[in-house]
Design a protein around this ligand. Structure first.
Ligand SMILES: Cc1cc2nc3c(=O)[nH]c(=O)nc-3n(C[C@H](O)[C@H](O)[C@H](O)COP(=O)(O)OP(=O)(O)OC[C@H]3O[C@@H](n4cnc5c(N)ncnc54)[C@H](O)[C@@H]3O)c2cc1C
Length: 481
């Protein structure tokens, strides 16, 4: 007889494994099915290993500017890319093991293999279609294997994979996805990055720091197109100052491959085509949900543009089937996946006062140099929605800590509703902004107004003071500019 659970989760990324921990805390008998690696893309090929790579890049950047800080470095610091990659993979492996530990600690059964929903309440786990990469992502011990399992509630948390443009499909050799970009055997001399969203620009920033000649090609008018234009203009200037070439309003229409290089045909908005030759190209044109081969069509689960359609609690149109994380649509971010997982299982457990996930308050962080972070509406979006707004800005050039850090190129920008004082959005570029943005996220979640922010004491000297000054600026009360 099939083993029965309260909840079975398909996929152990940040959405799935966090949902499993919470479900178990709530007393639900829980199993998680994984076909490739505990921790999903985030821990193994996404958020975490990129941040490890970018940390090496940051240290190298600092070292190469040691003179600016009165420090003497004999010669130039260079990167041993094999060691940089090994460190990054090691960080992933440690966290991958950590997820295994969490499953055991919380008495969540791990089932290894490829899951398919056969009917509401039932899955079949077959042989995994993915190779297991030992020793980095080992199959955990004490797991369950192939077979039929039943559960009252099935949560699909299968994540996403790289999207490909027709004719410019990644081949793993000359045209990379994030998988190959994450572990280069050697550094290319030159690199084209197609797409300047968070993934593209983080890799562009990393490779540039490593000394690679990097060209970014973006189809939209600005890099990081979802971000506020003022913020991305500052980021662009800084990236270009670091030697990155950036071409916007341009698309790669064709790629010709040679033995060890590619030629990209880049068409700009004026119709002109230029050819750019590079050793390698990274295709970073977005991701698409893993909705295939899960039996979703057969049981009638609604999908839209490659993602499962859910309500604010992860419910699909079919009773007993839920979806969370990347497979349930944008923003495709790990913290959104985790939050959706918790909301979903708390609702399943019947907890009172469970709030639906509010996607308008999901922060976004890009860890390039300089960093970019934001939450809520951009100025353009607020105007497009017809909101009457007040905008405040504060430059890092007037912030004591940023100057002391030697990182005075940055901006904090806030957007308020003119009538109510509601904080609608916050946008930052510069040192440590990915750590700072959470202040505004909490403020927005508590429906804070300008009054309360102005009455809040920010520590001195910190870059966070730019946040308060930006708020003051929106109301004509800026102090240090
Ligand atoms: C290079 C890169 C950098 C990123 N950086 C950040 C960042 O800094 N911050 C951030 O918030 N987000 C970042 N992301 C996005 C983040 O990784 C995803 O949003 C997050 O991993 C989504 O979590 P998830 O649980 O929905 O799915 P995933 O992490 O994709 O996990 C899904 C899991 O399901 C498994 N699976 C799929 N189908 C089946 C099946 N049929 N049976 C069994 N198992 C299955 C997969 O093997 C996988 O382990 C980055 C992504 C990339 C690629």
């Amino acid at each position: 007889m099939a083993e029965n659970y309260d909840v079975i989760i398909i996929g152990s990324g940040p959405g799935g494994y966090v949902a499993a921990v919470r479900a178990s805390q709530l007393g639900l008998k829980t199993a998680i099915v994984e076909r490739e690696h505990l921790g999903g893309i985030c821990l193994n090929w996404g958020c975490i290993p990129t941040k490890a790579l970018l940390r090496s890049a940051e240290i190298l950047d600092h070292a190469n500017h040691a003179k600016d800080y009165g420090l003497v470095l004999e010669g130039k610091m260079t990167a041993d890319v094999k060691a940089v990659v090994a460190r990054s993979r090691g960080v992933s492996a440690r966290l991958n093991g950590g997820v295994g530990f969490l499953m055991k600690k919380n008495k969540v059964d791990v089932i290894w293999g490829e899951a398919k929903i056969t009917k509401p309440g039932e899955i079949v786990v077959g042989k995994s279609s993915k190779p297991v990469v030992e020793p980095q992502n080992p199959v955990p011990k004490n797991i369950k294997g192939e077979g039929t399992y039943t559960a009252k509630h099935i949560i699909v948390a299968t994540g996403a994979r790289p999207r490909a443009l027709p004719g410019i499909e990644p081949d793993g050799k000359l045209i990379w996805t994030y998988f190959e970009a994450m572990k280069p055997a050697a550094l290319p001399k030159s690199l084209i990055v197609m797409g300047s969203g968070a993934i593209g620009i983080e890799f562009a920033s990393f490779y540039r720091s490593m000394g690679v000649d990097v060209t970014v090609v973006e189809v939209m008018a600005t890099i990081m197109p979802v971000e506020d234009v003022e913020v991305t203009a500052i980021a662009r200037k800084q990236l270009e100052k670091r030697g990155m070439k950036i071409i916007t309003s341009a698309k790669i229409t064709k790629v010709e491959k040679a033995a060890d290089s590619i030629t990209a045909h880049v068409e700009t908005a004026d119709g002109k085509v230029q050819q750019i030759v590079a050793d390698r190209m990274i295709s970073a044109v977005g991701v698409q949900g893993n909705i295939e081969n899960l039996g979703l069509e057969a049981v009638g689960v609604k999908t839209d543009r490659g993602c499962v359609v859910i309500d604010g609690y992860g419910k699909t149109n079919v009773a007993g089937i839920y979806a969370i994380g990347d497979v349930a649509g944008p923003p495709m971010l790990a913290h959104k996946a985790e939050h959706e997982g918790v909301v979903c299982v708390e609702k399943i457990a019947g907890l009172p006062n469970v709030h639906a996930t509010d996607k308008s308050k999901v922060p976004g962080c890009t860890y390039c140099n300089p960093q970019v972070a934001s939450v809520g509406l951009t100025e353009a979006k607020a105007k497009e929605l017809g909101r009457d707004i007040r905008v405040g800005r504060f430059s890092f050039a007037a912030n004591g800590k940023a100057i002391a850090l030697g990182e005075d190129q940055g901006l904090c920008k806030v957007i308020f509703d003119k009538k109510t004082g509601e904080l609608l959005g916050a946008h930052m570029v510069g040192a440590e902004v990915t750590e700072l943005i959470q202040g505004f996220v909490v403020a927005m979640n508590l429906e804070t107004t300008e009054e309360e922010l102005m009455h809040t004491i920010f520590p001195h000297p910190t870059v966070s003071e730019t946040m308060k000054e930006a708020v003051l600026d929106a109301y004509g009360r800026v102090l240090n500019a």
